[in-house]
Every structure is written in C-alpha cells, then in structure tokens.
Design a protein around this ligand. Structure first.
Ligand code: ZN
Length: 281
C-alpha cells in the first residue's frame, strides 16, 4: 500500500501496532537503471524451465534477459510492525523527509501485504533468473525490519539495475478493485533522464500484467492502470528505471481472493516477467 491508504490498513495489525503506526506514512521503493536496451527482437519468450541460468554464454533464445540486472523490491517486511523505533525514523526522499518504512496492509482475514509481496517476489525472481537475468531482492526474508525506502532505491541504483519493480498490495476502501502501476514524477535536477524510461517500463508491465492475469485496471486510482506520484521515496531516490505495482486492493473481497491464491500469485509473477522481457529486449 502506499501513503494515502495507510490508515485503512492499520487495524489488521492489532493493538500492538496501533501505537506504532499512528502517524505512520507509508512509502516503498526501488529503482532500476537502464542502459539502453539494445537486444535483438526477442525470440519467443521461453517457458520458465529451470535449466537456463547456468551458462556463461547463454543463447538469446534460452535466456532473453541474459546480461540484465533486475531489482525486485518486496514491499514492507514482517518485522516492521514490532519495530516502530526503526521504521518511524525519517529518511531523505529528495523532496521531503519521510518515515523509513511502514507496516503495510492486509486482507480482512489477515493475509499480510508483506507476506504477499515476498511470495510474489520470490516467484518472479525465479522466473527472471531462468530467463538469464541477474535478480537482486531488496530484502533477504520476510522476518526482518526495513530496509528504509531510500535504501531500497539505493540498492537498485548501486546495482545499476536495468529495471526495478516494487511490489505492493493496496489497502483502499473495500469497494475499489483492480491494479495500478505507479510511475515517478519528474524531480528537477534529480531524475529527468530516467523518468521516460520508467514510464516505458510502467507501460510494459501494465500491459503484460493486464493481459497475463486478466485483472482490470484500478477502479479507484490512476488512469488506465497508471498513476504518477512524487511522494514515494522508493521512486524519488531511484536514478534507474523504477516503478511500483499495487497488485490489487487487499480490502476488496475479489482482489483478496486472487492475492491469497498461490496459483493467482504465480500467474501474477509470470505476467510481470513477460513485462520485463518486453522492456529489456
Ligand atoms: Zn505497500
């Protein structure tokens, strides 16, 4: 979930977290850099068979993402709710100081956003690696705290990522449903050069996700599945092509059912992988 939605997601974390999250603003981030993608017109994207990632000289057909670095940023973390002293610390997100991180939201029956984003991220990383990409995750497990939103973006910057995606689930009013991509706004003197690439990444991921999952564009935010924001540290700090996806509204029964389904999450990961292939080839 992103900042505007924080309040609606908090009650799921119970009394322990209430004091911690009062006043919390969410922010999530990541980044990805791009050297121009000069790849041959991609051959048929391979099925995610397990065997392709080993060779130093992969064939283009077998490894359409060979030589590409992709950063996947699973939103939030399992230990955030119990460590307000860490996640409430302010960090510099270029145009503001914002809390390090937030707890994220959950479905009404308590399937947490951090667990969801972690699961989809692992599935996506596996598929991308099978296609030859080097994949960096911004956190190592689902039990830790943070990292802060600025650090998530810096991980992508330092990796010189060709593309970066932060994965989230939203906590909007229950009537809204569908997914949306969040693209970075231009911050003068900081990210002008990379924003056009982020926009292209966002379009490719939007199209692939829509086509691959059948999930409709958000009914409550953005336009045609795309929103642009200047208040997310994970986007602001990025100097590589970076977008967020809010995969669905965890407070909406229909979206929640899809997000709780392992088969649904696999389909989401496969669709996102196709978006990366499109963007990077
Ligand atoms: Zn989130």
């Amino acid at each position: 979930m992103s900042e505007l939605m924080t309040r609606s997601g908090q009650k799921a974390f119970g009394a322990l977290a209430i004091a911690a999250v009062a006043g919390l603003v969410s922010a999530c981030g990541s980044g990805g850099d791009s050297t121009a993608s000069a790849a041959p017109p991609s051959a048929a994207p391979t099925s995610a068979a397990a065997s392709s990632a080993s060779s130093a000289a992969p064939t283009p057909q077998g490894a359409p993402l060979a030589g590409k670095t992709i950063v996947i940023d699973p939103g939030h973390n399992g230990g955030n709710a119990s460590h307000p002293e860490i996640i409430n610390k302010k960090v510099n997100v270029i145009n503001a100081m914002k809390p390090c991180n937030t707890t994220g939201t959950a479905t009404n029956d308590d399937y947490s956003e951090h667990a969801f984003t972690w699961d989809v991220s692992l599935r996506l990383a596996k598929i991308l690696r099978a296609k030859g990409a080097k994949v960096v995750l911004t956190r190592k497990n689902d039990k830790g705290v943070g990292p802060c939103v600025d650090e998530r973006a810096k991980i992508a910057n330092r990796a010189h990522a060709d593309a970066s995606l932060a994965i989230h689930g939203d906590g909007a009013p229950a009537s809204g449903h569908g997914f949306h991509i969040i693209e970075p706004a231009v911050l003068k003197g900081h990210n002008e050069k990379v924003v056009p690439q982020s926009k292209r990444l966002g379009m490719d991921l939007r199209n692939a996700f829509h086509q691959g999952t059948g999930i409709p564009y958000s009914t409550y935010l953005g336009k045609n599945g795309i929103d642009v924001r200047s208040d997310l540290g994970g986007l602001n700090v990025a100097t590589v092509p970076a977008v967020f996806i809010e995969v669905g509204n965890m407070r909406n029964a229909g979206d929640a059912a899809k997000m709780k389904s392992a088969a649904g999450r696999q389909k989401m990961a496969e669709a996102l992988a196709q978006g990366f292939v499109k963007f990077l080839s």
